[in-house]
Design a protein around this ligand. Structure first.
Ligand code: HEM
Length: 419
C-alpha cells in the first residue's frame, strides 16, 4: 500500500490548484505537453496517476485491476454522491445494486418518463409566453424536478416544487464549489436524504402507495446480497442517484440550446428533417461540451502499463472530457460535426461522456438512455415547437465552473409556441 505524501511534497508538486483552475482540460493539456497518455502527480495530498484516451479508458474499466471502494474524494461524497451508494461498490455487490438501476431505467420506463417530461415542457412553455425573458437553466431544472419526482414515486405538492428543485440542483451544481457553495451543497444533501429516507419508510410501511415499477418502489423493495433491504439512508442515497442526475440533464439541455445557436446550419437542417438526425446532434453535444470531467478508482492489484507502475492503493483518474476529444480517436476533434455520429459504431472507450464499458458490469452510467431521451425532447421543443430569440449571442463556455455553463447563463425571449 502507498503512504500518504508529506506536506513538504504536497507544496512541491501538488497539482490541485492547476486542476481547480482548469478542471476539464488539465489532464489532456498536461498529457499533450508530456507526450504521454499517462502521468503521475499529486492531487489533494495523494499520489494520483492521470490517464487519458480510449486505450487508457479500456485499462481503467478492467474490474480485475481497479476498485471503487474508497475512490471518491471525501468532499464529493458529502455532496454529489452520498455514502453507501452504488458508486463505491465492487464485485457481486455492485452488480446486484446496478441491476436495480437497470430495472428502474428499463426502456418502457424511459418512455413513461419521456411522456411526463413532454407534458411538463408544454406546461412550462405556456407560462413562458408572458415574461419578457426566461432564464432557461433554472426553468428546465424546475420542469425536470416536477417530472422526475412524479415518475419516480416521490410525489411533490405544488408548494414543495421550488424547495426540491433547489435541493436536487445544489447536489450537483454546487458540489465542486469551495467555501459557502460547498456548505450549501452539504446542507442540501442532509435535507434531501432525510426527505428521501422518509419516503422509503412510508412506502415500506404502506403509508404511501406508489406504482411497483416506480424508482422509489423498486429501491424500497430491493434486496441486498444478504437478502435484507437497504438501510433507509442508503436507499435514500440511491433514490437521489436517480432524481439528482435526471435534474442535472438541465446542463446538457442548456448545451443543446447553445449548440443550436452556435451551429445555425445544423439548426436549419434539423428543423427541416424528420428527427432521424437528432440523435447525432445530441451525441456530438455530449462529445464536445464539458460536463463530467473525470472519474477515479483505486488500484486493486498492482500492474504496469506503458512503462508506468500502478502500485496497489494508487488513486487513478481517467479524463473523460479529454478522451472524448482525443486526436488519436477523433479526426479534427475540436470541430463540432454531428455527421461523425451518422456512421458506423466506434470504439466504446473513445466516447465516454458518462463513463465507458458495459453499464451492467462496469460503473458506466445507467442513465444514458434517460439523459439522451430528455435532450431529444428539449431539442424537439426548441427546434420544432417553439419560436424564441436568445437574449444575447451565445456566450463562451465558462470552463472554470463545475459543471461548466455558458458565461452568464442562457436567456431567451419573444417565446411563443410554433403553430
Ligand atoms: C445528466 C447527465 C448525466 C451525466 C453527465 C452522467 C454522468 C455519469 C458518470 C460520468 C458516471 C460515472 C461513470 C464511472 O464511474 O465510471 C455516472 C454514473 C452513474 N450515473 Fe450518471 N450521468 C447522467 C445522468 C444520469 C441519470 C439520468 C441517471 C439515473 C436516472 C444516472 C445515474 C447514475 C448512477 C446510478 C451512476 C453510478 C453507476 C455505478 O457506479 O455503477 N446518471 N454518471
Amino acid at each position: 500500500m502507498e503512504h500518504p505524501v508529506t506536506p513538504f511534497e504536497f507544496k512541491s508538486a501538488d497539482s490541485t490548484i492547476a486542476l481547480l483552475r482548469d478542471p476539464y482540460r488539465f489532464v489532456s493539456r498536461r498529457s499533450a505537453e508530456l507526450g504521454e497518455a499517462v502521468f503521475e502527480t499529486r492531487l489533494l495530498l495523494r499520489r494520483t496517476t492521470c490517464m487519458t484516451g480510449a486505450e487508457a479508458a479500456g485499462v481503467f474499466y478492467d474490474p480485475a485491476r481497479f476498485q471503487r471502494a474508497g475512490a471518491a474524494p471525501p468532499p464529493l461524497q458529502k455532496t454529489l454522491f452520498g455514502q453507501g451508494g452504488v458508486q463505491g461498490l465492487d464485485g457481486e455487490h455492485h452488480r446486484q445494486r446496478k441491476a436495480m438501476f437497470l430495472q428502474i431505467n428499463h426502456p418502457d420506463r424511459v418512455e413513461a418518463l419521456a411522456d411526463v417530461v413532454t407534458r411538463e415542457w408544454e406546461r412550462a412553455v405556456a407560462d413562458w409566453a408572458a415574461p419578457d425573458q426566461v432564464d432557461l437553466y433554472p426553468e428546465v431544472q424546475r420542469l425536470l424536478t416536477r417530472a422526475v419526482c412524479e415518475w419516480a414515486g416521490a410525489p411533490l405538492s405544488e408548494a414543495e416544487v421550488d424547495l426540491r428543485t433547489r435541493q436536487l440542483t445544489a447536489l450537483f451544481d454546487a458540489a465542486g464549489d469551495v467555501g459557502l457553495g460547498h456548505l450549501r451543497s452539504r446542507a442540501a444533501r442532509r435535507a434531501a436524504e432525510r426527505w428521501a429516507a422518509d419516503l422509503i419508510e412510508q412506502i415500506r410501511s404502506g403509508q404511501l402507495a406508489v406504482p411497483s415499477s416506480s424508482a422509489a418502489s423498486v429501491i424500497a423493495n430491493h434486496q441486498e446480497p444478504d437478502g435484507r433491504p437497504m438501510a433507509p439512508r442508503v436507499a435514500a442515497v440511491e433514490l437521489l442517484n436517480v432524481l439528482r442526475p435526471t435534474v442535472a440533464t438541465a446542463v446538457y439541455i442548456i448545451f443543446v440550446a447553445h449548440a443550436l445557436e452556435a451551429n445555425p446550419a445544423w439548426r436549419e437542417r434539423l428543423a427541416q428533417g424528420d428527427g432521424a438526425e437528432d440523435m447525432a446532434f445530441i451525441e456530438e453535444v455530449r462529445r464536445t461540451y464539458p460536463f463530467f470531467p473525470a472519474v477515479t478508482a483505486i488500484v486493486h492489484e498492482a500492474f504496469q502499463w506503458r512503462g508506468h507502475d500502478f502500485p496497489e492503493g494508487r488513486r487513478v483518474l481517467l479524463d473523460l472530457y479529454g478522451t472524448n476529444r482525443d486526436p488519436r480517436a477523433w479526426e479534427d476533434p475540436e470541430r463540432f460535426d454531428p455527421e461523425r455520429f451518422l456512421g458506423d459504431d466506434r470504439d466504446p472507450f473513445a466516447f465516454v461522456p458518462q463513463g465507458g464499458g458495459d453499464p451492467a458490469v462496469h460503473h458506466r452510467c445507467p442513465g444514458e438512455p434517460i439523459s439522451t431521451r430528455l435532450m431529444g425532447i428539449a431539442l424537439d421543443q426548441l427546434v420544432r415547437h417553439l419560436t424564441y430569440t436568445p437574449v444575447r449571442p451565445a456566450a463562451p463556455i465558462d470552463y472554470r465552473r463545475l459543471p461548466a455553463l455558458p458565461k452568464g447563463g442562457y436567456r431567451i425571449q419573444n417565446i411563443s409556441p410554433r403553430h
